[in-house]
Design a protein around this ligand. Structure first.
Ligand SMILES: NC(=O)c1ccc[n+]([C@@H]2O[C@H](COP(=O)([O-])OP(=O)(O)OC[C@H]3O[C@@H](n4cnc5c(N)ncnc54)[C@H](OP(=O)(O)O)[C@@H]3O)[C@@H](O)[C@H]2O)c1
Length: 288
C-alpha cells in the first residue's frame, strides 16, 4: 500500500481511528481529518506508532457540519495531493435534540449525509484522475425501516434523534448507489458498509441516560478494530477492485432495505442534496 494515498474522515476515534491504524500498518499514506486539533494530533501519533515501513500520516482540520469547512478541506487536499486513491467518508454522529449547523441545516443530516456528499463531489475529479480509485462510506443497518422525509428534510415538523440518525444512514446507502451509477466506467468505485454494533465514542454526546445506554451495550458490542475490518478490506482488497454500488457487512454483500434500493429515491435525494450544497459548491468552485 506504499503508493496509495488515503483520505479518511472521523479518524480521531472509534472505527475511523482503528481503520487508519490498520491501513497505516499496511504501509498506506494516510491523510486524517479531525475537527479538534488536539484530538487529531493524538490520533496521528497513535496511527504513526502503528504505521508500517514507508507509511506517512498527514492531518487536516475540518468541522464537517460546516459546508465552508468541507470546501476548505477539499481545496487543501486538492492542493496537496496530485493523486488520491481512496476517500473514506466515515465521520458520523447522532444529535439527540434538534440542532442547526452554521448553514441552518439540521446537524445529523449535515454531518452524516451532506458532508460525505459535498466532499466526494469536490474530490471527484481528482479521484477520477487517480483511477483506479475507491470511495467508501460508513453506513449502518440502522437504515432498515427508515424513509427519507422529502417533505420535511430539515426535520422542522418532528425530530427524534435516533430516527433522524437512521434516515442519514439510509441516505449514505442511496448516495453510494447513485454515485456508483454516475461513476460507471470511470475506474472509481463507490461502496458502503455496516460495521456492526461497535464500542466507540458514538452517542456519548447525548447526556447521561444515553451514555449509560451505550455503557450497557458495551459488552455485546465488537471492538473498533473488528468494526473496521470490512472498511480496511474495501479500501485495499483486489477482490472488490471492480465492485461498485454495493452495501457490505463482514466482507459480504448484503441487500439493504427496499427503500435503499430504490433508484428513483436515490436520484431525487442526489438532486436535493445538490441544492442543499449549492451555495457552498459554487463558492468552492469560485475559489478553485
Ligand atoms: N458504533 C457503532 O455501533 C456504529 C454502527 C453503525 C455505523 N456506525 C458509523 O460509524 C461511523 C464512525 O462512528 P464511530 O462509531 O466510530 O463513532 P465515534 O467514536 O464517535 O467516532 C466518530 C468520528 O466522527 C468524527 N466527527 C463527528 N462529528 C464531526 C464533525 N462535525 N466534523 C468532523 N468530524 C466529526 C468524530 O470526531 P471527534 O473526535 O471530534 O468527535 C470521530 O472521529 C459513523 O458514521 C457511524 O454512524 C457506527
Amino acid at each position: 500500500m506504499n503508493d496509495k494515498q488515503i483520505l479518511i474522515t472521523g479518524a480521531t476515534n472509534g472505527i475511523g481511528l482503528a481503520a487508519a491504524e490498520a491501513l497505516a500498518a499496511l504501509g498506506a499514506n494516510l491523510a486524517i481529518v479531525g475537527r479538534s486539533k488536539t484530538r487529531t494530533r493524538i490520533a496521528s501519533a497513535r496511527i504513526r506508532a502503528a504505521a508500517g515501513t514507508g507509511a506517512t500520516v498527514a492531518t487536516f482540520i475540518a468541522d464537517l457540519s460546516s459546508q465552508d469547512s468541507v470546501c476548505r478541506l477539499a481545496a487543501e487536499v486538492l492542493t496537496r495531493y496530485p493523486k488520491l486513491d481512496v476517500l473514506i467518508n466515515n465521520a458520523g454522529a447522532m444529535y439527540g435534540t434538534r440542532q442547526l449547523s452554521k448553514d441552518g441545516i439540521e446537524m445529523t443530516w449535515s454531518v452524516n449525509h451532506l458532508a460525505p456528499f459535498l466532499l466526494s463531489k469536490l474530490l471527484l475529479h481528482r479521484l477520477k484522475e487517480s483511477a483506479p480509485a475507491r470511495i467508501i462510506t460508513t453506513a449502518s443497518q440502522a437504515h432498515q425501516g427508515a424513509h427519507i422525509p422529502f417533505d420535511d428534510l430539515n426535520a422542522e415538523r418532528s425530530y427524534r434523534g435516533f430516527g433522524r440518525y437512521c434516515e442519514t444512514k439510509l441516505a449514505n446507502i442511496l448516495f453510494t448507489t447513485e454515485l456508483a451509477r454516475r461513476l460507471d466506467g470511470t475506474g472509481v468505485t463507490a461502496n458502503c458498509f455496516h460495521p456492526g454494533l461497535v464500542a466507540t465514542g458514538f452517542n456519548r454526546n447525548n447526556g447521561l441516560l444515553m451514555n449509560l445506554g451505550m455503557t450497557i451495550l458495551r459488552p455485546v458490542a465488537r471492538s473498533a478494530k473488528k468494526g473496521a475490518e470490512t472498511l480496511v478490506w474495501l479500501a485495499t482488497s483486489p477482490a472488490v477492485a471492480n465492485v461498485s454500488g454495493v452495501y457490505f457487512f463482514d466482507h459480504e454483500q448484503i441487500p439493504p432495505s427496499p427503500e435503499a434500493q430504490d433508484r428513483e429515491t436515490a436520484r431525487r435525494l442526489w438532486d436535493i442534496s445538490e441544492r442543499q450544497c449549492a451555495v457552498s459548491g459554487r463558492s468552492a468552485a469560485a475559489r478553485s
